[in-house]
Write a protein that binds this ligand. Structure first.
Ligand SMILES: Cc1cc2nc3c(=O)[nH]c(=O)nc-3n(C[C@H](O)[C@H](O)[C@H](O)COP(=O)(O)OP(=O)(O)OC[C@H]3O[C@@H](n4cnc5c(N)ncnc54)[C@H](O)[C@@H]3O)c2cc1C
Length: 309
């Protein structure tokens, strides 16, 4: 087996130069939680790794002009625990905070989860619902792309071979964004159905993840919410239309038919939560902890609360 060349630039400028020179020949390495599995299983045998771990400029969590700016090398755990994110973007903190285990979240990065474009990841749906944009830096400068422009299909993005994903910008949060993760198997970390809902710029955005090759967002259906209050009837109607429109895939986590039924329930519950109508909050699976019963917004909440880290 030939040795793998290890490149470890110390600055963003240097990383950009190496990326521009070496292109696809150098595989970008962030937390390595996705790449490591592919390499261990023999699906990928890079000859050269471009590690971003020494690039301090990619590790910041800042707020600029009211937008949350997450550096590409910020870990899931940092997003989950950051005080500003928890206070002003709580649904985002939650979406990152229920990925796998603390061990994985300490490795996995914001840039990595978007660049790997796994259809069953949690953060992309939530970032999409919040109207986030990814910053791609190449030899001729930077460009910003919305999450639904970034992810093109199964494990495919629009990131060019000479570009790096450097930052994710999340617009000011409007109160009440919701993230719901439905796991169908107790042994699974990844969602069978993920639903993120938020109001962005006054408009409702509902994004369904883990059901198709990329997160699904139907603006025409979401526009119904402009016609009346987001009450129980509106939540049911939008959920019904999402379930009808979506062409879910079948995998080990659930069949297309099963997923369609879960989408109808989970979109409705997400919108009920968003509209303050109430509904059940259920976090299922390996992280399930204590059975909790309580009231939110005057509505009975029942479910399994995730055990603390
Ligand atoms: C046991 C386990 C359980 C998991 N469960 C979940 C789960 O429940 N929910 C969930 O959402 N995810 C889950 N994951 C996936 C995990 O979140 C991803 O593996 C992780 O987000 C990838 O990030 P990374 O930093 O490790 O990326 P890496 O593995 O380093 O890289 C991933 C890909 O992105 C490219 N890349 C990375 N950074 C950049 C960049 N800045 N610019 C351009 N390209 C880049 C790499 O070249 C590579 O192709 C799980 C993973 C494991 C191992």
């Amino acid at each position: 087996m030939s040795a793998v060349q290890w490149l470890e630039p110390r600055s963003l400028a240097e990383a950009g130069e190496v990326r521009a020179q070496r292109g696809a020949e150098a595989t970008v390495l962030a937390g390595g939680s996705f790449l490591g599995i592919l390499m261990n299983q023999g699906f990928l045998s890079p000859t050269c790794l471009l590690s971003l771990r020494a690039v301090g400029e990619l590790r910041g969590i800042t707020v600029r002009d009211g937008e949350l700016c997450l550096g590409a090398m910020v870990t899931h755990r940092q997003v989950e625990r950051d005080e500003t994110v928890r206070r002003d973007w709580p649904a985002l903190a939650r979406a990152f905070g229920i990925v796998a285990s603390p061990r994985v979240r300490n490795q996995a990065t914001v840039g990595g989860v978007l660049a790997d474009a796994d259809y069953a990841s949690d953060p992309p749906a939530m970032l999409g619902a919040l109207g986030a944009r990814a910053v791609l830096r190449g030899p001729t400068g930077e460009r910003e792309v919305a999450i639904d422009e970034l992810i093109l299909g199964f494990y495919q993005t629009c990131i060019a071979d000479d570009e790096l994903l450097t930052e994710v910008r999340v617009p000011p949060a409007e109160p009440g964004a919701v993230y719901r993760k439905f796991r169908s198997r107790s042994s699974e970390d990844r969602p069978c159905v993920a639903v993120a809902a938020a109001r962005s710029g006054g408009a409702l955005r509902v994004v369904v993840g883990a059901c198709a090759e990329m997160p699904q967002h139907y603006p025409d259906i979401c526009a119904l919410a402009a016609e009346g209050p987001l009450d129980g009837a509106m939540a049911r109607e939008i959920a019904r239309r999402y379930a009808e429109r979506l062409q879910p895939l079948t995998d080990a986590r659930g069949s297309a038919g099963y997923r369609r039924r879960i989408v109808a329930v989970e979109v409705r519950r997400a919108l009920e939560e968003l509209g303050g109508v109430g509904g059940e909050t259920l976090v299922r699976g390996r992280q399930g902890g204590t059975l909790v019963r309580g009231r939110r917004g005057g509505t009975l909440v029942r479910g399994r609360r995730r055990a603390g880290p």
